[in-house]
Design a protein around this ligand. Sequence first.
Ligand SMILES: [Zn+2]
Length: 82
Amino acid sequence: MRCDNCGRDATQINEMYQLCSRCYTVQYSTMNIDGKTMSIPEAFKLQLEKMGLNRKDGETVSDWSNRCQAYAKSTALGKAIP
Ligand SMILES: [Zn+2]
């Protein structure tokens, strides 16, 4: 079966919908941060903003990705992984 939204393989299937994991997460999953319930994409965006890793105006996806990779490599975990 295919996702109703994007056509990827559906992993969440019931009588109401068939969705891939990504589309299900975007549409239905929530997280509580500091007493506020928000969608997973909102929670990720908030966390990236707190870390200074949100995408800047005019920044290409490639430049943003490189900046995030550089940050990850600067962490203790990133330094431990070759
Ligand atoms: Zn999908």
